[in-house]
Ligand binder design. Structure first.
Ligand code: KG4
Ligand code: ZN
Length: 335
């Protein structure tokens, strides 16, 4: 049996969780800083680091208390090593290091996206080969896993990540941060749709591109302004939402058809999008075991870091007390 304390501070959530055997959540605490960043329309790295420093001790204590375990009960301490904002990552890493050092526990560094994928292990056992669609603020990727700990990236974004495109489009529409949920909410109020382009790239590619879509939103608002017309923002939000969902779902279905995995998983903050969830369910649920975690496990959390760390530990990961924050950490296999 393993009991792992996990810490995640790569962006704007200070999170700690205690995970048993990689699949059972004993505690999952998330302190969000969203309200602070909303004032600036996006995450301000320095503000994020300061909030993490203020919150991290209380968040870890609360997780340990909720889980009803002591440090002596822990198998290891896990922490997000990268990618993310370096100052933000370092707060979690230093906290985890201090705990690991004081209690003589191994320290396991987890890749944030591997964590998002392993969030699914908290929902139901992962079955291989599997295909994961990772859609977050920093990533848009299709990843194939032949077995535990093995990641093969078959597609990625060539420019903006999908969540980033949501956030930038939202800012242009004067919607508050974070953009994704607000664009989605507004799109549901639309009675019309402003059709926006889809960028399909070359045939056979599983890559994505969202910067053209973002520009289309900016151009529309700009052109309307010049003509003195008030933009129908709800219709624009709907057009944006439809374009993103169409591209993500179509690409995922095509990858499923080529690779025929046993499972298709969805991971990352954008997986909270109801349109995306519905689109994938309609096109894939009848054909394959489709796993879409509940929303609190799609957005950033530490439970997913604990779930991944368990598997790394089972695969023989060694503790590493000399860890540093790796803002551009690549996703590499651990088995
Ligand atoms: O995974 P996440 O919490 O943090 C990163 O690792 O980036 O993802 C955050 C991203 C933000 O860009 C946010 O706008 C987007 O996920 N997001 C959504 C929704 N909820 C969050 N995008 C579209 N629809 C949503 N409902
Ligand atoms: Zn994330």
């Amino acid at each position: 049996m393993t009991i792992i304390l996990a810490i995640e501070t790569s962006c704007d959530e200070t999170a700690a969780a205690v995970i048993q055997n990689g699949d059972t959540i004993l505690a999952n605490v998330v302190a969000t800083q969203m309200a602070s960043h909303a004032r600036f329309g996006g995450v301000v790295p320095e503000v994020a680091s300061r909030h993490h420093v203020e919150a991290v001790t209380a968040v870890v204590e609360e997780a340990m208390e909720q889980a009803n375990v002591g440090f002596a009960d822990l198998t290891a301490v896990a922490v997000t090593e990268g990618p993310g904002l370096v100052g933000a990552l370092l707060v979690g890493i230093h906290t985890a290091k201090a705990i690991a050092f004081a209690h003589q526990l191994p320290l396991i560094g987890v890749h944030h996206i591997a964590g998002h994928i392993y969030a699914n292990q908290l929902v139901q056992p992962m079955e291989f080969p599997l295909l994961a669609l990772v859609a977050s603020g920093g990533h848009t990727e299709l990843i194939l896993m032949e077995k535990d700990g093995q990641f093969e990236q078959i597609g990625q974004t060539r420019d903006d990540a999908v969540g980033e495109a949501y956030d930038k489009a939202a800012r242009a529409m004067k919607l508050p941060y974070p953009g994704g949920p607000n664009v989605e909410k507004l799109s549901l109020e639309a009675t019309e749709e402003i059709e926006l382009p889809r960028s399909w790239l070359e045939k056979g590619s599983y890559d994505f591109s969202f910067s053209g879509l973002k520009s289309a939103v900016l151009n529309r608002i700009h052109n309307d302004q010049q003509k003195g017309i008030e933009t129908n923002v709800a219709a624009l939000a709907k057009g944006f939402q439809e374009s993103v969902v169409d591209v993500l779902v179509t690409r995922t279905v095509a990858a499923y058809e080529q690779y025929e995995p046993k499972q298709v998983l969805v991971a990352g903050g954008v997986a909270a999008n109801k349109g995306l969830r519905k689109g994938l369910e309609e096109r894939l649920a009848q054909r394959v075991d489709l796993v879409i975690p509940p929303i609190h496990l799609c957005t950033d959390n530490a439970a997913m870091i604990g779930a991944c760390a368990h598997q790394m530990w089972m695969n023989g990961a060694k503790g590493q007390l000399n860890m540093n924050g790796r803002p551009g950490m690549p996703l590499t296999s651990f088995s």
